[in-house]
Ligand binder design. Structure first.
Ligand code: PLP
Length: 401
């Protein structure tokens, strides 16, 4: 490591709250699925800013849309009408059955909005004293107090007691547990179709259909968190669309504006009745700048057929990684995922292998200690994934031994 890197590390220790454990790379620039560090070393980026730069780094058309909009109007607050928001709303609503959208700035904020909407819908529209949100083991919904309560994992709650009330967590994949957990206090069920932070765990279709059925039967809102799986990553606009279900509310964020901060909550007209002027708000939500960038993202995904690309290439990659596993028996326990949201579960703790891959120039993430997580840009080419497969194949034997 150069002195410059060490200097950056020391400066960060002096200047920033110590909330992150960083990868040992100071990133200088990016283009498409490539990143370069301060010393000019090139990396193939299979993580895309944790599923954020879905169209790759510094996409020229996005950069241009941002630059053009920045010269026209950046931000005026939500006290004003803005055409850029409506252009974006039309695009996002055209991707699914929802009628209305609320824009915000992050995934946690989108989930906060969904939690508030579910409570207010039950309390003000249905006149039921219901407030409880049901979530599932292994889920991740964000880091605000309410979304940490929804996430339910001790490691994210440590030292932050008391947690907000009204959250119950149950077993993942068990419809009977859901049926048993629902009471007259239940307002909504919040669920990922494919758990991301939880280790890339796709739900079984029967489970998701059972969740929908139980929700509809009991008058509880069916809310899907598509913050990570959304925006085409799984091969359809939204992961729930693979399951043939019709959620009441959906949240999304990460790749919405290809790196500018944006979140959104979508809902049906029925649930949207619960919010009136003043019920909920955000200062930054859907500024003209971010909206213009996000609209461009939708335009490019459609024009370049990236949903199909993500689905097909993801299918190819998962078969390829399974073949890597066959070549080194006992090293990989499972390859799973949907489209370009892929987990390779190792039979051994993966830290050393992950470091070796990083050393070789592959950026990916390790979750749950054993799961190599790939969330590449939807624009990535097969060659880059093949390079990764070859590197993995070469490194597996010594690390699995
Ligand atoms: C990342 C993530 C969140 C939180 O999003 P932030 O933008 O970090 O607040 C919520 N839900 C899921 C499924 C996520 O992957």
């Amino acid at each position: 490591m150069s002195d410059t890197f060490d200097a950056i590390k020391r400066a960060e220790e002096a200047l920033l709250f110590k909330t992150y454990s960083r990868y040992p790379i100071a990133v200088a620039r990016g283009l498409g699925s490539r990143l370069w560090d301060m010393d000019g070393k090139e990396y193939i980026d299979l993580l895309a800013g944790i599923a954020v730069t879905g169209l790759g780094h510094c996409h020229p058309e996005i950069a241009e849309a941002i630059a053009d909009q920045a010269k026209k109007l950046i931000h005026v607050s939500n006290l004003f009408y803005q055409r850029e928001q409506l252009d974006l709303a039309r695009r996002i609503l055209a991707t699914a059955h929802f009628d209305k959208v609320f824009f915000c700035n992050s995934g946690a904020e989108a989930n906060e909005a969904a939690i508030k909407l579910a409570r207010r819908y039950q309390q003000r529209v249905q006149n039921r004293n219901a407030f409880e949100i049901i979530t599932f083991n292994g889920c991740f919904h964000g880091r605000t107090l309410a979304t940490v309560a929804a996430t339910g994992q001790q490691k994210f709650q440590d030292g932050f007691a008391p947690m907000p009330e009204g959250f119950t967590q149950i077993a993942w994949g068990d419809p009977a547990a859901l049926e048993a957990a629902i009471s007259d206090k239940s307002a909504g069920v919040l669920i990922e179709m494919i758990q991301g932070e939880g280790g890339i765990r796709p739900a079984r279709p029967e489970f998701i259909r059972a969740v929908e059925r139980v929700c509809k039967d009991k008058g509880v809102l069916f809310m899907v968190d598509e913050v990570q799986a959304g925006m085409g990553r799984t091969g359809s606009w939204w992961a729930f669309q693979h399951f043939g279900v019709v959620p009441d509310i959906m949240t999304t964020a990460k790749s919405l504006a290809n790196g500018l901060p944006m979140g959104a909550m979508l809902g049906t007209d029925e649930v949207a009745r619960a919010f009136v002027a003043g019920s909920h708000a955000t200062t930054f939500g859907a500024s003209a700048l971010v909206s213009a960038a996000a609209s461009k993202v939708f335009e490019i995904i459609e024009r370049d057929h990236l949903l199909r690309h993500a689905g097909e290439l993801g299918g190819w990659a998962m078969r390829r990684f399974e073949a890597v596993g066959k070549a080194c028996p006992g090293a990989i326990t499972e390859v799973r995922g949907m489209g370009l949201m892929i987990g390779i579960e190792l039979a051994f703790p993966g830290k050393a292998l992950w470091e070796a891959l990083l050393q070789k120039g592959f950026i990916l993430n390790l979750t749950q200690e054993k799961v190599l997580r790939l969330l590449p840009a939807l624009t990535i080419g097969q060659e880059d994934l093949e390079r990764f497969a070859l590197a993995l194949e070469a490194l597996l034997p010594e690390h699995a031994a």
